[in-house]
Design a protein around this ligand. Structure first.
Ligand SMILES: [Zn+2]
Length: 509
């Protein structure tokens, strides 16, 4: 990589112009180089070439067309810019430099400009492209073929179709990758779009937009996010969040929208109430089995406290409401983080509460706090996410979390989530209800990237009920009466949230 060298380059360029003008008519001869795409054998193309001396040139406009890259010519300065997906490349007439980003790359001979088209030395351009905007592409001398990059053609989400059935609507999306259904987030916007966010998805937006929709789906739109594909479907009817799952070894992604349960008679409000009712709560006692969580100096284990508090809370909910209680674990067993979310979604949970116990270097730290899923915004938030997420290190295979390693994914997935507002609200209610039962410090509601919260399609929070690293709190957390008070405080919060949320939903109808 060589930087621009100002005048030297300019003079050299002028010299080359003279050289080409003299030599061009004598040495011009036509040939061609094939362009092939490893993943799409049927998508072949041909680049016409010609020689200046012993150097073979290609027309950059033809190259741009083959790769569906936009090309723009600025006649004032005799430059052409080609916009590849991965970046743009600037070609200047009669310069032996091409510029990509803020780097200049030198070719063995200058470009040629015939007043309309730009031509550059083929082999050196291929090498440069292979290192930059068409990473992985290469020139195959023996086959006289330019092999396109595999990634450029690697869409794994393609077109879609809609089928209307008696009990609902099925959107079938063609895919060429096995996605983990538990990580696929789906929600409905206020504007009537069903949004499905697929981590690891690379969507062919053109194919998706051209898909024939029907029934209650008016149109489909694909957006590529940093590490996820966002599929949007415009709805012509109100629906509840659909089931999303893959079939046929990853060849299709199914989005199943169930029709609301209809009664022969009965008022509309009642129907709506049933559809939206917060009827199922998922309780997630942190850690378990080989994952003990954090341990106090007195020997009390986090996994023991979280399970006992969850079971107490579950019993209270059953006694005081008609909600169904689903536990991600109800005994001392190890449950992977993704499995917890999956249990929540598969059981149609309407609220997800993950219960944990805190610890800190400083033994004086004490009190309770509630976390909702959003990008970490303090060093403390990063530290706690690292500690609670470390459970994945104990899992047999944690490759499924690779997509989560980047904060960007959490951002892109969560920025759109309709559950963020509700989750924050639930957290605020918990923080206001717990003090009514506990004489402990209210440390407030905070945000960070807990993996266990990512995939759950419902209001979801993680509560740290106290510090096991604090001598006084470890002692209290070991007492049945104190655990019962925590459970009562959480029950109060759940009932408050349920009432508020259901009233709000009914008003919206
Ligand atoms: Zn924990």
């Amino acid at each position: 990589m060589i930087r621009h060298t100002g005048y030297t380059q300019l003079l050299f360029g002028l010299f080359q112009v003279l050289l080409i003008t003299v030599l061009a008519p004598v040495t011009l001869q036509a040939d061609e180089i094939r362009v092939v795409f490893p993943d799409q054998p049927q998508r072949g193309a041909v680049l016409r070439t010609f020689y200046l001396g012993n150097i073979e040139y290609i027309n950059t406009q033809e190259l741009a067309d083959i790769f569906s890259a936009g090309a723009y010519v600025n006649d004032d300065v005799d430059k052409q810019v080609i916009y590849f997906r991965e970046g743009e490349i600037k070609i200047t007439a009669f310069s032996s430099f091409v510029v990509i980003g803020d780097q200049a790359y030198q070719m063995p001979a200058p470009s040629y400009f015939d007043g309309q088209n730009y031509f550059v030395p083929a082999r050196s351009l291929f090498t440069i492209l292979g290192l930059t905007v068409l990473k992985g592409s290469r020139y195959d001398e023996a086959r006289r073929a330019f092999i396109g990059p595999p990634s450029l053609t690697k869409y794994n989400i393609h077109s879609a179709s809609v089928g209307t059935k008696q009990n609902g609507t099925l959107i079938r999306v063609k895919t060429s990758k096995q996605f983990d259904g538990a990580n696929i987030e789906r929600y409905i916007t206020d504007g009537g779009w069903l949004v499905v966010v697929v981590p690891g998805g690379i969507v062919d937006s053109v194919a998706l937009a051209h898909s024939t929709m029907g029934g209650i789906i008016r149109e489909a739109v694909g957006h590529q996010l940093a590490q996820a594909a966002e599929l949007r479907f415009k709805l012509t009817a109100k629906i509840s969040p659909p089931e999303v799952y893959q079939v046929a070894q990853g060849a299709e992604l199914h989005i199943a929208i169930r029709n609301p349960v209809r009664r022969p008679s009965g008022d509309r409000t009642k129907q709506m109430r049933e559809q939206w009712y917060l009827d199922t709560i998922v309780l997630d006692p942190g850690h378990g089995g080989k994952d003990g969580g954090t341990v106090g100096r007195g020997g009390l284990k986090e996994k023991t406290v979280t399970l006992d508090v969850a079971l107490r809370l579950g019993r209270l909910i059953k006694r005081n409401s008609n909600m169904r209680v689903v536990y991600t674990r109800d005994e001392d067993v190890f449950v992977p983080l993704f499995q917890r979310t999956k249990i929540a979604n598969e059981n149609d949970g309407k609220i997800f509460i993950s219960i944990h116990v805190n610890s800190a270097e400083s033994r004086s730290a004490h009190g309770f706090e509630t976390w909702f899923l959003a990008p970490a915004n303090t060093p403390e938030a990063i530290a706690i996410a690292q500690r609670e997420n470390s459970a994945i290190l104990l899992e047999e295979s944690n490759h499924r979390y690779q997509e989560f390693s980047d904060e960007a994914l959490i951002l892109s997935t969560m920025a759109h989530s309709t559950w963020m507002r509700e989750s924050e609200d639930l957290g605020a209610i918990i923080q206001s209800q717990l003090p009514k039962r506990l004489e402990a410090t209210n440390r407030g509601i905070k945000q960070t990237g807990f993996i266990v919260l990512i995939g759950a399609s419902m209001p979801k929070i993680l509560v740290e009920i106290g510090f096991i690293s604090n001598r006084m709190e470890e002692k209290k957390l070991g007492q049945n009466a104190y655990r019962q008070r925590i459970a009562e405080g959480l029950l109060g919060a759940i009932m408050t949230f349920k009432k508020k949320y259901e009233v709000a939903l009914l008003k919206e109808q």
